[in-house]
Design a protein around this ligand. Structure first.
Ligand code: MF3
Ligand code: CO
Ligand code: CO
Length: 308
């Protein structure tokens, strides 16, 4: 691999100097070098032809996204200081079943609840339980529904009562980074374009980007190809997105370190290694000939450009 000079831009496309970015991890041998398959992308995408949905599949995904967004519209105004995350879970579970659909996380690899609730320094996969939301918290609610076999997946970070300015800005900037990621990808583009847009924005505002958890292809399965890293990962990033493919974009952006710690006791809860706050937003996207279509959006949710 040809390494850049210390003061040249990093090979990863972050826009940072090499010495401030991948130099140390390259020295340690922990980063993957750019894939040698550069320029051989068409064959890679032909191998993924099975991920291209026909009209019926696209309608299935639209319906799943629409319903999931409707659950979010139902939950969003009810999240308040003083309620437990279990109460949120009950609302999600009951609403979903009352409409004849299935909460996807319940029983997923042993997960015991119908949504994820991740408070403050919890990055993702928080398990609803006895935790009581406090004034000043930020809480990510991650909802996934199965509608006629198709999956819709989205999350929002909500403010509980009066939230400090730094956390509010983190939430706003994370929301913006998700939209920049969505706008960065076109049919024929690489997954890499998404992570590059997100990371460039996050770093320019002094945040870090979680690397161990990522977006994913979605359809009749919850998690499938392609993996969607929120940083420019040169190996995974070579995947070519084509019209008819569905995937999520769900950046987790941290005030401090990008490193995370998995809860040893419950095996699910992911926290920032330094205990500083983390925010996340997620949408399910269908790539169309004319660009990305957000499937998990209604007019009631926060729109592009929203400040929290
Ligand atoms: N909804 C999460 C995602 O965006 C996955 C949650 S899986 C669970 O991919 F098992 F933790 F619920
Ligand atoms: Co997801
Ligand atoms: Co999700």
């Amino acid at each position: 691999m040809n390494r850049p000079g210390r003061n040249d831009s990093c090979w990863c496309g972050s826009g940072r100097k090499y010495k401030k970015c991948h130099l140390a991890s390259d020295d340690a041998g922990t980063t993957s070098p750019p894939a040698p398959t550069f320029g051989r992308a068409p064959s890679a995408s032909r191998r993924n032809a099975h991920l291209i949905l026909d009209d019926e599949g696209q309608e299935g995904m639209r319906a799943a996204g629409r319903f999931n967004a409707q659950v979010m519209d139902f939950i969003r105004p009810q999240v308040k200081a003083g309620m437990t995350t279990d109460a949120i879970d009950k609302l999600v579970d009951t609403y979903t079943r009352d409409h004849g659909h299935i909460p996807a996380t319940l029983g997923y690899h042993g997960f015991t609840k119908s949504c994820c609730t991740s408070i403050n320094e919890v990055v993702c996969h928080g398990i609803p339980g006895a935790d009581v939301l406090q004034d000043g918290d930020i809480v990510n609610i991650d909802l996934t529904s199965i509608v006629d076999g198709w999956f819709g997946d989205q999350s929002e970070t909500l403010l509980v009562g009066e939230v400090d300015a730094v956390s509010r800005k983190l939430v706003t900037d994370t929301f913006e980074s998700m939209h920049l990621g969505i706008e960065a990808i076109r049919p024929g583009g690489r997954i890499l374009d998404i992570g590059r847009a997100i990371q460039t924005y996050a770093h320019s505002h002094g945040y870090s980007v979680v690397r161990e958890y990522q977006g994913h292809g979605i359809g009749r399965k919850f998690h499938q190809d392609p993996g969607v890293p929120h940083f420019p990962d040169f190996e995974m990033g070579q995947f070519i997105v084509e019209a008819g493919m569905c995937f999520t974009i769900e950046p987790m952006i941290n005030l401090g370190t990008y490193r995370t710690k998995l809860d040893r006791h419950d095996g699910w809860t992911v926290r920032t290694a330094d205990g500083k706050r983390s925010a996340q937003f997620e949408h399910t996207i269908l790539m169309t000939e004319s660009g990305p279509e957000i499937l998990t959006l209604t007019e009631h949710g926060p729109q592009r450009g929203h400040t929290f």
